[in-house]
Design a protein around this ligand. Sequence first.
Ligand SMILES: Cc1cc2nc3c(=O)[nH]c(=O)nc-3n(C[C@H](O)[C@H](O)[C@H](O)COP(=O)(O)OP(=O)(O)OC[C@H]3O[C@@H](n4cnc5c(N)ncnc54)[C@H](O)[C@@H]3O)c2cc1C
Length: 319
Amino acid sequence: MLTPSHYQSAWMNEDVRMFRKTVRQFVQNEFVPHQARWREQHRPDAHAWTDAGRAGILLADLPEDYGGGGGTFAHEAVVLEELAQAGVHFGSAIQSTVAHYILAYGSEEQKRDWLPRLARGELVAAIAMTEPGAGSDLQAIKTSARRDGDHYVINGSKTFITNAAHASLVCLAAKTDPKLVGMRAISLIIVETKNLPGYRVGRPLEKVGMHGQDTCEIFFSDARVPVRNLLGKAEGRGFAQMMEQLPYERLQIAVGAVAMAEQAVAITTSYVKDRNAFGKPLMDLQNTRFKLAECKTAVQIGRVFLDSCIERHLAGKLD
Ligand SMILES: Cc1cc2nc3c(=O)[nH]c(=O)nc-3n(C[C@H](O)[C@H](O)[C@H](O)COP(=O)(O)OP(=O)(O)OC[C@H]3O[C@@H](n4cnc5c(N)ncnc54)[C@H](O)[C@@H]3O)c2cc1C
């Protein structure tokens, strides 16, 4: 472990520890050796999804009834930590996020249809909120879903969409009522993209990091999606649904961020012990020790705050 041996997250238990071993073995054997290629092609291999599904690392915190691992957020956190510590960028967090939207707002039929296939990695999920003209200001989205009989006709474009290169199930935020302004106009619609006329994925965008994981633009031009794919019992609830689910997504991001920061300190500590300058290891120079102590402190504070958030989330109290 990269955190000091005397520190132990309170949410860790024997079951989660055993699960970590399985995840670590899978990530090290099946993902780490292919990282150079993933980074070059700006996406994971397509079969990585079904491989991960078979190994049981997708949807670790979803009920077994729907094909998930039957664990808690602690299991999900362990997957994200192991990926981050191994330097692997793989959008399983998005897969979980979308599954949680379906679990929370989907009909029984929708859950039975999509969740087991997401857990097996047969469907790859993306979430499409951001647009070229709307990021933090989500109410400003322009993508529209116009009702036409039993279908929505979807037009617009989204950007920064993680997993889009392989995505076969997109949880889309769109305006279902052009007459309304603000949050009541937005709905979430599940788009199954395989062979869908009017749906197109752009090439992966260049990023400053996370090169092994694709982030693309997607385009809708009169794409027709069945009305039964609306998430929730009525239109206009999308914004409220996103606000309810964003804490889960933000917590996932925090887990990866802290794990990466811990790894950065660990790698640097090991480097300065090995590297010699002026006749001694860099670690013996006082400035190196001061700087590392600062980094270690910041990371440890992040870890303790994160653990507190995880505990609150596990208790159903994280707002
Ligand atoms: C690697 C990566 C993956 C992503 N994956 C996805 C994905 O899968 N699906 C998806 O929908 N989106 C995704 N996004 C998009 C992400 O959610 C947006 O980047 C984010 O919502 C911010 O939007 P923006 O980039 O348009 O920035 P803007 O909203 O334009 O913000 C620009 C600046 O203004 C600041 N700002 C914004 N609002 C306020 C305010 N109220 N007060 C003060 N300052 C403010 C911001 O902090 C920022 O510095 C991804 C982004 C990245 C980088």
